[in-house]
Design a protein around this ligand. Structure first.
Ligand code: ADP
Length: 317
């Protein structure tokens, strides 16, 4: 992993006529990070990606990618190191998958010899001679990903890469992104599907109405949210009082329901509570620990917005 200032976004404002769609974004992205941009529709995720790609210019502020301004002189050179998957991909339907990829390879001045290997990596090798019009939505999306992978770019910008895909293909796409990040590539992914990107992210950026509301690792977002971890103990009736006595005073929020004791505690107190529970001999039959998920954290920071469910997303697609 290299150091922290691979992509720097400094006080970036983007205005379209009277509408301000990004309102002073500051962001630092390090090399090798898998960054996930989350936010409802219209939050500004795509606009931010386009600015990083140099496709549009900021109205105010500055963007630096590897020390260069992506919208200026070195942009063409720089873009060779960027792979971009737009939210909606469209290809010439009568061309085969291989022809499409070779076409993009020529546009990017990349050798066409590598196309087979890329198609293999996205699971399209067997379908490479078929026209795109016979491809499913998932296959087209994977062809889009293949196009983004041409030239083995250092950064991948993937706008809703799994939108409209079935769960198996979604997993395959994320496995591929994981492999790229493990090789030291930097990935910036935007997504509505909080649950599926949660395990993926080194760095989560929650956006709302053109602003970064909070940004950092899942752990740091969790800490900043102050949301509790819930520890649920399964205990037999005869042990209940003994267990309650042991944990009493460790945390203020304990509730009892039938054979379950539910303890709500901060991240900081979690280990103290668990140690107290573990020191009991035969008092507890089972323990479940439930930390806040990304959707809990999202709703904490943006309480009045509901992120599109996967079902809605599939309908849109
Ligand atoms: P997201 O990717 O989070 O859904 P976008 O970045 O696509 O959000 O859009 C953010 C806001 O910017 C939206 O209100 C959208 O309508 C507006 N917007 C995006 N592109 C343009 C444009 N070319 N002209 C005017 N408004 C735009």
């Amino acid at each position: 992993m290299v150091d922290s200032s691979l992509i720097t976004v400094t006080n970036v404002v983007k205005r379209y006529r009277s509408e301000t769609v990004l309102k002073g974004i500051d962001l630092n992205i390090g090399a090798g990070e898998c960054v996930v941009l989350v936010g409802h529709n219209g939050a500004g995720k795509t606009t931010l990606m386009k600015l990083i790609l140099g496709l549009i210019k900021p109205t105010e502020g500055a963007i630096s990618v590897l020390g260069f301004d992506p919208s200026k002189d070195r942009a063409r050179l720089l873009r060779k190191g960027l792979g971009y998957l737009p939210e909606r991909v469209a290809f010439y339907e009568s061309m085969t998958g291989l022809e499409v990829l070779r076409f993009y390879a020529r546009l990017k001045s990349e050798p066409i010899a590598g196309c087979d290997e890329i198609l293999e990596s996205v699971g399209l090798f067997d379908a490479k001679e078929r026209p795109v019009q016979t491809y499913s939505k998932g296959m087209k999306q994977r062809l889009g990903l293949a196009q983004a992978l041409l030239g083995d770019p250092q950064f991948l910008l993937l706008d809703e890469p799994t939108s409209g895909l079935d769960p198996v293909v979604r997993r395959q796409v994320y496995d591929l992104i994981n492999r790229k990040c493990a090789e030291g590539k930097t990935a910036i992914i935007s997504s509505h599907s909080l649950n599926e990107v949660e395990s993926q992210a080194d760095h989560v950026v929650i956006m709302n109405e053109g602003e970064v509301i909070v940004s950092g690792s899942m752990e740091s977002l969790y800490e900043q949210s102050g949301l509790p971890t819930i520890i649920t103990l399964s205990v037999q009736e005869e042990n209940k009082d003994r267990v309650l006595e042991q944990i009493n005073g460790l945390t203020s929020s304990i509730s009892v329901k039938d054979s379950k004791i539910e303890i709500s505690c901060s991240q900081k107190d979690k280990m103290t509570v668990l140690q107290a529970v573990m020191s009991l001999d035969n008092g507890v039959d089972d323990i479940q620990i439930s930390a806040p998920k990304l959707d809990d954290i999202y709703l904490h920071f943006i309480p009045n917005k509901v992120v599109a469910s996967e079902r809605e997303e599939e309908t849109r697609a």
